[in-house]
Design a protein around this ligand. Structure first.
Ligand SMILES: Nc1ncnc2c1ncn2[C@@H]1O[C@H](COP(=O)(O)OP(=O)(O)OP(=O)(O)O)[C@@H](O)[C@H]1O
Ligand SMILES: [Mg+2]
Length: 444
């Protein structure tokens, strides 16, 4: 055993790790040079303490000495043990970190070695700190990117909204100008036809009475009568009289219809300037239905369910007409072939507004589009067929009036759009608004 111990001592002597050999009581039997340096004691001073029977934990205490002496545990389990990152104070007061190993020997002695890994640990800690900081900076950067992306998205949405607003205003004012122009252009010739057709009818009746009178005088003059009779037969006189009356009737009804369209166009365009006035929603919707009649013709039945005696509302009639025009046009475009559009108008449940529900028998709105249809520029129509602005504009108009636009749909069961408009837009509430009075007008 003594021989082995001697060999161990020789081995430990040149080691860079500090090392001690302890007896069963943890008194130092041997130490190497590196250990002496750790204690910060001169050779003699150390020797003296050892001779006085100093324990290892008195000469160079580690943080585990007090409660978890590694050498004792190694002896208990009869095998070498090792613990990383143990802190201790070097003789000069600097805190160091060690890897401590303890090897129990057969006669109860213990070899303990202390490897100084302070520099490695410091580098590792520094590295970890750097990594942590880098991770934090990365996170901050990512947060910033998310924040910026959000800001950009919001700006983009605002821009789209503004663009849609501009397109809408342009659309409305050019539509208004166009419609007013058409109405004006059509009005003159219609008045012309309409006024003249009555005179024409009266003239024809006068001429026919003249022919009757001539017939009376010619009763006796057989030659002339025969000639007139034969001419009458040639020109199918009775048919001609009959048909002329029919023609005049149908010209009158055509002129009446055209005059009706002009009236509707005028009603529709009357308010392009953005003014508020008292408006009868029912007649506004009838006007709009008249204007989209070519889209519905022989294909779509319109069912009306209008509550009686509905109050007028204060709104920008031109804009509100545009809302119903958009919803009704969408409904008509959604129905392929034959179908039905049901328009239901009544008081809103709370009684301070009017509720218009437009339900169609079209194919409905696909689930994945439900959230998007109010977005500006969202369209499922072919390029050139739809701009995707109709509903977004309508939603803005309804909101500007303090109302709400909602919709519901199941694929295969059609779609329904509901517009609720207050009797007065919020800013007008409590004020008397006279129809077409400049004092009461306000732009929305
Ligand atoms: N009644 C409906 N039935 C089924 N889908 C509808 C209906 N109304 C609207 N949609 C869907 O909503 C989309 C957006 O409608 P919106 O009126 O905003 O634009 P658009 O009709 O496509 O184009 P624009 O109105 O500018 O001509 C439509 O393309 C369509 O897919
Ligand atoms: Mg549309």
């Amino acid at each position: 055993m003594a021989e082995v111990l001697e060999q161990v001592r020789e081995l430990l002597e040149g080691s860079v790790d500090a090392a001690v050999i302890l007896d069963g009581e943890r008194r130092i039997l041997y130490y190497n040079r590196a250990y002496q340096e750790l204690t910060g004691l001169r050779g003699r001073a150390l020797e003296k303490r050892i001779k006085q029977g100093a324990h290892c934990y008195e000469v160079f205490p580690l943080e585990i000495c007090e409660n978890a002496c590694l050498g004792c545990r190694a002896r208990e389990v009869s095998r070498p043990l090792r613990v990383d990152e143990i802190r201790a104070m070097r003789g000069d007061g600097e805190e160091l970190t060690f890897i401590v190993a303890a090897v129990p020997l057969a006669d109860g002695k213990i070899i303990e070695t202390y490897r100084d890994v302070t520099a490695d640990v410091r580098i590792q800690r520094r590295l970890q700190e750097l990594l942590k900081r880098e991770r934090q900076q990365k996170e901050i950067l990512e947060d910033k990117v998310v924040e910026r992306t959000g800001e950009l998205e919001a700006a983009m949405a605002e821009l789209r909204q503004a663009q849609a607003q501009l397109v809408h205003q342009e659309k409305m004012s050019s539509l208004g100008r166009l419609v007013a122009g058409i109405a004006h252009e059509l009005n003159n010739p219609i008045n012309f036809v309409y006024g003249n057709v009555d005179f024409l009818g009266r003239y024809m009746e006068d001429l026919l009475s003249l022919v009757d009178m001539i017939d009376g005088y010619l009763e006796q003059e057989s030659d002339l009568r025969d000639a007139v009779e034969s001419r009458k037969r040639e020109i199918e006189f009775d048919f001609l009289v009959d048909d002329s009356r029919k023609l005049i009737r149908s010209i009158r009804s055509g002129a009446e219809r055209t005059a009706g369209i002009v009236r509707d166009l005028k009603a529709f365009s009357r308010t392009g300037g953005g003014d508020l006035q008292e408006t009868d929603l029912v007649s506004g919707i009838e006007t709009t239905l008249n204007l989209i009649a070519p889209l519905l013709k022989n294909r779509i039945t319109v069912e009306r369910e209008f509550a009686p005696d509905l109050p007028k509302i204060v709104c920008n009639a031109g804009h509100v007409n545009q809302v119903f025009m958009n919803i009704l046009t969408n409904a008509a475009q959604a129905i392929h072939g034959e179908g039905t559009i049901r328009v239901k108008i009544g008081l809103d449940l709370r009684g301070d507004g009017i509720r218009v529900e437009i339900r169609d028998s079209g194919p409905g709105i696909r689930k994945e589009y439900m959230e998007k249809i109010l977005d500006p520029f969202f369209t499922t129509k072919e390029v050139g067929e739809g701009t995707g602005l109709g509903l977004s504009i309508s939603d803005n108009i309804v909101r500007a009036h303090g109302g709400r636009l909602t919709y519901d749909s199941k694929v295969g069961e059609g779609a329904s759009f509901t517009v609720v408009l207050p009797l007065r837009p919020p800013a007008e509430a409590g004020r008397d608004v006279e129809p077409h009075s400049n004092a009461a007008r306000r732009s929305i």
